[in-house]
Design a protein around this ligand. Structure first.
Ligand code: PLP
Length: 394
């Protein structure tokens, strides 16, 4: 007998993957350019040139045995030092390399962190809409995911609702800003308000950890800033990934940072090392660790995403759609023209538009558009969006 939960997880594709696979088949039938595939969050701009330059120089100049060898389980010290220096310089967090753990991207950062913190039955609150894998990650770490709906229209955290959702079993709050799927950046006021609630819980004897999942930190538009969680609350951790900022999702590189002000920082870091060990997430890819040391702080050209956002927001609004104007990431949340978002996404397929129904993100009545695609595809897709809107007028 093998583990039934794992069989289930491995047999059922996520809605997003299902749609992506459908897109591949459809493209083979009617041609690549005739399907408007907005399903996946795969960066569409090249990594900054410094990435390849760094990789080439590492391969040409460093000792090849070292380049392809194991590093320390938690990551090479000099790489962790480069990460902590970057965090200290940019966010003033005063963190040491001994609180940084190099990982294979945000998914690994989250799985390690949740396995480090959660005991059987612990609850993790998150704000809906949320990244669907959160449920898988939290449940696999023995916990229970408790989604709390964001505020209607803005999808900012609803602080009163979060307060009501806190129970003696609440172990952590998991935030993702800029958000997948809404593209919303949580405001500093909301972060401060949330941290005040958590501080009150701490003073009443309950420590609730704040986990910030931030693969989209650098993808913001119009100068919008993403508050650095460690500056607002001591019991916080950052789960970071270079997948989107450097357009390297296939290379699997990121890190976990534990706040130096956390009351049991050393113990939590030990638990992170322990969970990493138990999950087999040790020694993140060493070539890419070395690359991080050379290019940290560089970002892909996100102006393309901003242009795509502007084109879509203005065109869709003019066709009568209601959209949640995003300040970050590369996702646009659009109100569906009928209540059932699954039915709307199905109807969109008739116009060759592949949109992800928001049901899988814990919200009804919206679809997600991943606009990390070429500006040409966006332009070409606009008549299809118009025709879809008109089909509801008849
Ligand atoms: N968290 C969020 C909100 C994401 O959108 C993603 C990927 O799309 C991840 C985590 C996983 O990121 P990675 O590819 O770095 O594991």
């Amino acid at each position: 007998m093998i583990n039934e939960t794992s069989v289930q997880l491995g047999s059922v594709r996520s809605v997003i993957r299902e749609l992506f696979e459908y897109g591949k088949k459809r493209k083979a039938q009617i041609g690549e350019d005739n399907v408007f595939d907005f399903s996946l969050g795969n960066p569409s701009v090249a990594p900054p040139e410094e990435v390849n330059k760094a990789l080439i120089s590492i391969l040409q100049e460093e000792d090849e045995v070292k380049v392809h060898g194991y590093t320390s389980a938690q990551g090479d010290f000099s790489v962790r030092k480069a990460v902590s220096d970057y965090i200290n310089k940019n966010f003033g967090a005063n963190i040491s390399p001994d609180l940084i753990y190099m990982t294979c991207g945000a998914a690994a950062s989250l799985c390690i962190t949740l396995n480090a913190l959660l005991c059987e039955g612990d609850e993790v609150i998150t704000v809906a809409p949320f990244f669907p894998e959160y449920r898988v990650f939290v449940e696999h770490a023995r916990g229970k995911l408790v989604p709390v709906m964001g505020e209607e229209g803005s999808f900012q955290p609803d602080l009163d609702a979060i307060k009501r959702a806190i129970t003696p079993s609440t172990k952590a709050i998991l935030l993702n800003s800029p958000n997948n799927p809404s593209g919303i950046v949580y405001t500093e006021d909301k972060i401060k308000g949330l941290c005040k609630i958590l501080q009150e819980c701490k003073e009443n004897g309950q420590t609730i950890y704040l986990i910030s999942d931030e693969p989209y930190r650098e993808l913001t538009y119009g100068g919008v800033k993403v508050p650095y969680i460690m500056n607002y609350y001591a019991e916080s951790l950052v789960c970071y990934s270079f997948s989107k900022s450097l357009s390297l999702p296939g290379e699997r590189i990121g890190y976990i940072a534990v706040s130096p002000r956390m009351s049991e920082a050393a113990k939590v870091y030990a638990a992170i090392c322990g969970a990493g060990r138990a999950l087999g997430y040790v020694c993140a890819p060493s070539l890419f660790q070395m690359m991080v040391k050379k290019v940290i702080g560089k970002t892909s050209d996100v102006s393309v995403y901003e242009r795509n956002r502007d084109t879509l927001v203005s065109a869709l609004t003019s066709y009568g759609y209601e959209v949640v104007r995003p300040d970050g990431a590369f996702y646009l949340f659009v109100k569906t023209l009928e209540e059932n978002s699954d039915a709307f996404a199905e109807r969109a397929k008739k116009y060759e538009l592949l949109l992800v129904s928001a049901k899988s993100f814990g919200v009804e009545g919206y679809v997600r558009i991943s606009y990390c695609v070429s500006p040409e595809m966006i332009e070409k897709s606009l008549p299809a969006f118009k025709a879809l809107a008109q089909s509801y007028e008849k």
